[in-house]
Design a protein around this ligand. Structure first.
Ligand code: URA
Length: 209
């Protein structure tokens, strides 16, 4: 699992446990997700490239560092990915945002794309794909298949939770894409839910359960 990073920071683990509680209200679930997303983004962006610029302080001129290159792109897999975006944008407010919408064809069970909108100049950008739950991996794999056709500089994937089945599927399809998560839970059930998990992330974020 060399390309899988479990972010085990105590604050991340504490907030994740509060989110798992089925009694957590929509309001607190959403707030905790935002806080977790910010903390995770801090870790995920640790290796961003820097460049030197000249800056004039009130006292003298110095050479100092700023983020290099074109703005990062956060790509949200609809709809639950949108629940993570705000917390990520709090940490990287200049990031661009792309959206991918996929639904599962009831006959083939394969993901079908219904929406795809990305910023310009993708070949010069690093991409972080976001979806709270990496379960079967089907949506994430299809989203990354499509993104790769735009040839971005790099792609990372971030989720709140995953399971061994999701990690294995993603690594088989996209071994070059690093996965960042707060936990690898025990297993996937026969309905495609992560156990013990936290239930349906989209429903809990948007209060639609
Ligand atoms: N999607 C969810 O929202 N929850 C799961 O457990 C699996 C997929």
């Amino acid at each position: 699992m060399s390309n899988v990073h479990v972010i085990d920071h105590p604050l991340v683990q504490h907030k994740l446990t509060l989110m798992r509680n089925k009694e957590a209200s929509t309001n607190s679930f959403r707030r905790l997700l935002g806080e977790l997303a910010s903390l995770m983004t801090y870790e995920i962006t640790r290796d961003m490239a820097l460049q030197d610029i000249e800056v004039q302080t009130p006292l003298e001129t110095m050479t100092a560092k700023v983020i290099d290159g074109k703005k990062l792109v956060f790509v949200s897999i609809l709809r639950a990915g949108n629940g993570i975006l705000e917390g990520m944008l709090n940490v990287v407010p200049g990031a661009r945002v792309g959206h991918i919408g996929l639904y599962r064809d009831p006959e083939t069970l394969k993901p079908v794309e219904y929406y795809f909108k990305m910023p310009s100049e993708m070949t010069e950008r690093d991409v972080i794909v976001v979806d709270p739950m990496l379960a079967t991996g089907n949506s994430a794999i299809a989203a990354i298949d499509k993104l790769k056709s735009l040839n971005p500089k790099s792609i990372k994937f971030v989720c709140l939770l995953t399971c061994p089945e999701g990690v294995a599927a993603m690594q088989a399809a996209h071994p070059d894409v690093a996965i960042y998560t707060a936990s690898i839970d025990r297993q996937l059930n026969e309905h495609g839910y992560i156990l013990p998990g936290l239930g349906d992330a989209g429903d809990r974020i948007f209060g639609t359960q």
